[in-house]
Design a binder for this molecule. Structure first.
Ligand code: ADP
Ligand code: ZN
Length: 530
């Protein structure tokens, strides 16, 4: 095989212009393409929308043989092949959804060298028949898309990806390029190790998405807050709304439709036909809102998604970054909006506590959640904090996030924290009873509810000692203490409990700075009952 050097460079630019119709490369596309076209291995980390596909598609067209693209996104293979066919490239795919005749036709084309690119699902590559097929053809390169799926700690882990290390053993001379939009250096190292990409050159792009405005608001009446966002700032825009559960996806979609918003649900509980139809409608129409679980979105290439809203807290910063990254691929101003509340923290801490898997696994989940909570509670620029998590420094605050635009006040919440922790301590001593945040707040505010009088909590010394704050502020205090690990939740009922670190606050050895709960923004929601 000739080793392409200088000629390949001109060829790459020529292909970019002639085949894809673009004038210039973006970012380090050209370097990657030259490196892979010349037979080198590469690990490419680029944010969503950065232009990863061309990094393997152009080498595929420049090099002799067929490029084998491993992708977990079976539902999108047809679209990818159609898009390539439309620009005159020869592409096909093999996956489990195909009928035997279509399959045989693609196999024949592959063997005859009549393809430039062949898309394969990772599970297919593990089969003897696929491996024998590949042995009989001429492979120009392997592209491993969504390479973070090999990471066992990640949220998209696919066991089939682990087997991809065999590519190097079985076809040692074939260059490999792994691509992902997941950015932490831990994930990067894991990908390189698990895929045996030890000699690969790493190409790491900036993960900043300057056109996305990050906003994290405190959750009150989430659906109404969402509706206000859509009506005030994104009327008629396409967007994605993420919810944790299928039930809340359905309810939220119904709610939006009832309020005149064109919305569709998407989750794994819907049958495959409905899911595919909803996804197609989203991709093809202008102003549709997709309400979905995180099952939706990986690999979706819709440039004009104007907002991504989260009604529930993502489990990790990686997940948050990936999901919000689906907004604004076209570079135009877009919104990433998250409503976050006490219940999110309680629920996720509980889920981790009761999750299957060993201690190491639960610790890992907890560490991911803590980073996400820190992003929610920060008084710093969100973008600075977000990029910092990915090991990237911004020199100054971004000017395009909620903390930059509307700087939050921080306040010394040490005394409030002590009052709350004392209340939890008092309740903790009633060992048979279980009380959550609601009861604590009622006691602090001196409310004689049925449940307060029933248990005689109005005679506790802490009864009514917290009237200087309102209910929302107290809930904010609970949330921030939970977020910082100064308070814990236990059991099925969200019972509050002290942690080892609580003692430092109670003993005045630690001050607690808190983010002030903003006044309810006038346009976000009308007062209850109005
Ligand atoms: P990723 O896979 O990194 O999310 P894609 O490869 O899907 O991103 O590219 C995102 C969009 O940018 C696509 O619409 C693609 O056609 C476009 N694009 C990629 N590279 C260029 C370029 N050099 N010039 C103009 N548009 C580009
Ligand atoms: Zn900012």
């Amino acid at each position: 095989m000739p080793s392409p050097t200088a000629p390949a460079v001109g060829a790459a630019l020529d292909v970019l212009r002639r085949v894809f119709g673009y004038d210039a490369f973006r970012g380090f596309q050209q370097e990657v393409i030259e490196h892979v076209a010349a037979g080198g291995d590469a690990l490419v980390l680029m944010p969503t929308g950065g232009g990863k596909s061309l990094c393997y598609q152009i080498p595929a067209l420049v090099r002799d043989g067929v490029a084998v693209v491993v992708s977990p996104l079976i539902a999108l293979m047809q679209d990818q092949v159609d898009a390539l066919t439309a620009v005159g490239a020869r592409a096909g795919f093999l996956n489990s959804t195909q009928d035997p005749a279509a399959r045989r036709a693609v196999e024949a084309a592959f063997l005859a060298g009549e393809l430039d690119l062949l898309y394969l699902a990772p599970e297919a590559l593990g089969t003897r028949s696929a491996q024998q097929l590949l042995d009989r053809g001429r492979i120009s390169l392997f592209a491993i898309d969504e390479a973070h799926c090999v990471s066992q700690w990640g949220h998209d882990f696919r066991p089939d990806y682990l087997a991809l290390s065999m590519l190097h053993e079985r076809w040692p001379g074939v260059p490999r390029i792994a691509l992902t939009a997941t950015a932490t250096s831990a994930t990067r190292t894991e990908i390189a190790t698990r895929l045996s990409l030890t000699d690969a050159r790493h190409f790491v792009a900036s993960f900043d998405r300057p056109n996305i405005q990050y906003r994290i608001v405190s959750k009150r009446e989430p659906r109404k807050q969402l509706l206000a966002l859509l009506r005030d700032e994104h009327p008629g825009d396409a967007g994605i709304v993420y919810c944790l559960s299928r039930a809340s996806v359905d309810k939220t979609a119904e709610f939006l439709v009832a309020n005149g918003i064109d919305a569709l649900p998407y989750h794994a509980g819907l049958d495959a036909t409905t899911r595919a139809a909803n996804q197609q409608r989203f991709l093809r129409s202008d102003g549709l809102v997709m309400v979905a679980t995180i099952a939706f979105g990986m690999g979706i290439d819709k440039p004009d998604v104007r907002f991504v809203a989260h009604l529930d807290l993502p489990k990790s910063v990686e997940g948050y970054y990936q999901e919000t990254g689906r907004a604004g691929r076209d570079g135009l101003p877009s919104t990433a909006w998250l409503a976050y509340g006490l219940q999110d923290v309680v629920q996720q801490r509980k889920m981790i506590e009761t999750s299957e898997g060993d201690l190491a696994h639960r610790r890992n989940l907890a560490a991911h959640l803590d980073a996400m909570l820190a992003l929610c509670e920060t008084v710093r620029c969100r973008r600075v904090q977000l990029l910092d998590y990915f090991g990237e420094r911004l020199d100054s605050p971004c000017g395009n996030c909620d903390t930059c635009l509307d700087p939050p006040q921080s306040w010394d919440g040490t005394v409030a924290a002590q009052k709350l922790l004392s209340t939890v301590f008092r309740l903790d001593r009633e060992r048979n009873q279980r009380f959550g945040a609601g009861q604590c707040v009622d006691i602090l505010l001196g409310r004689r509810t049925d449940k307060v009088t029933q248990f005689g909590h109005d005679s506790l010394t802490v009864f009514g000692i917290g009237t200087e704050l309102g209910e929302a502020e107290w809930r904010g205090v609970v949330r921030q203490l939970l977020a910082e690990g100064l308070l814990a939740v236990e059991g099925d009922y969200g019972t509050l409990a002290l942690t080892d670190a609580s003692a430092e606050v109670l003993g005045r050895r630690r001050t607690v700075m808190m983010r002030r709960e903003p006044e309810r923004p006038a346009r976000t929601a009308k007062p209850r009952g109005a």
